[in-house]
Design a protein around this ligand. Structure first.
Ligand SMILES: C[S@@+](CC[C@H](N)C(=O)[O-])C[C@H]1O[C@@H](n2cnc3c(N)ncnc32)[C@H](O)[C@@H]1O
Length: 254
């Protein structure tokens, strides 16, 4: 079954503990650290617009891109409710085609893990490079190899709430470096619950592999942080943040 179809309607409820305000603050800290005042930003794999719309509320010009029409519809509804104007595009980030050059391109909360083949990842990075202005920033995060293989893989998570319950069964295949997530969600409809099932697959990447593909696309200078900080990743870091600047060595941050 297609990922992020029916799941789109419960995504925000399942993500309610994620500190998206703090995440948006962190992105702005990155802009400051790299001495960049972006005006035009594209948010790839933007989902329901949790980062996109927050940045738009902070007066940046935003384009949100996602493969799931259902996620985009919710993102658009949320933008309209908060009175921000965002251009949402239904696109596969492996074939990126944006209407303008950007000061910054983002891909937040695992979007890159959904690109499960190396050659596709190379294509995503080349597309980003082509759409970035000189000195533009490409900022993205991944769930780490450690998290997908050791924390999520071969584990089952479940939550039983009044309006929604879910079972999340995960299988990590070391040879393919893929973590398959089987999600079963029960959503309350009047007195009954509707069962909804979908499978997501994420690829576990080591930082070096990602850097290899970034360099192939033209990104010479790549910094990798333990996400939400500016510290080097640790062995057990669960989320890594990559910051790449489309410029010569002399322009990079301190
Ligand atoms: C975990 S969600 C993250 C959403 C959002 N960035 C956030 O922080 O809440 C991952 C998103 O990636 C999107 N996605 C996966 N593969 C994609 C692709 N090839 N092109 C565009 N979007 C993709 C999914 O539709 C989903 O909305």
């Amino acid at each position: 079954m297609e990922s992020y179809s029916g799941f789109a309607y419960v995504y925000d409820r399942l993500m309610q503990d994620v500190d998206y305000d703090g995440w948006t603050d962190y992105l702005e800290e990155i802009f400051r650290k790299y001495k960049m005042i972006p005006r035009n930003i594209a948010d790839l794999a933007c989902g329901t617009g949790n980062i996109t719309n927050r940045l738009a509320q902070r007066h940046y010009n935003l384009i949100g891109v996602d493969l799931s029409e259902d996620m985009l519809q919710i993102a658009q509804e949320k933008a309209s409710e908060t009175g921000v104007e965002v251009i949402f595009l239904h696109q596969d980030i492996r074939e990126l085609l944006l209407p303008t050059e950007l000061d910054a391109i983002l891909c937040i909360c695992d979007g890159i893990n959904y690109i499960t083949h190396g050659e596709d990842l190379a294509g995503v990075f080349k597309g980003v490079w082509n759409h970035l202005k000189k000195e533009g920033l490409f900022i993205f995060d991944i769930s780490s190899y450690y998290k997908l293989s050791r924390i999520l893989g071969q584990n089952t998570f479940a939550e039983n709430l009044e309006e929604i319950s879910y079972i999340w069964e995960n299988y990590f295949d070391e040879s393919r470096k893929i973590c398959d997530f089987d999600l079963t969600i029960f959503i309350k409809e009047k007195q009954l619950y509707r069962k909804h099932e979908e499978t997501h697959s994420q690829r576990a990447y080591q930082a070096d592999e990602i850097i290899h593909y970034l360099k192939g696309a033209g990104f010479e200078k790549v910094d990798v942080f333990d996400a939400f900080s500016f510290h080097k990743p640790k062995k057990n870091s669960e989320r890594l943040c990559f910051v790449c600047q489309k410029q010569s060595e002399s322009e990079h941050a301190d």
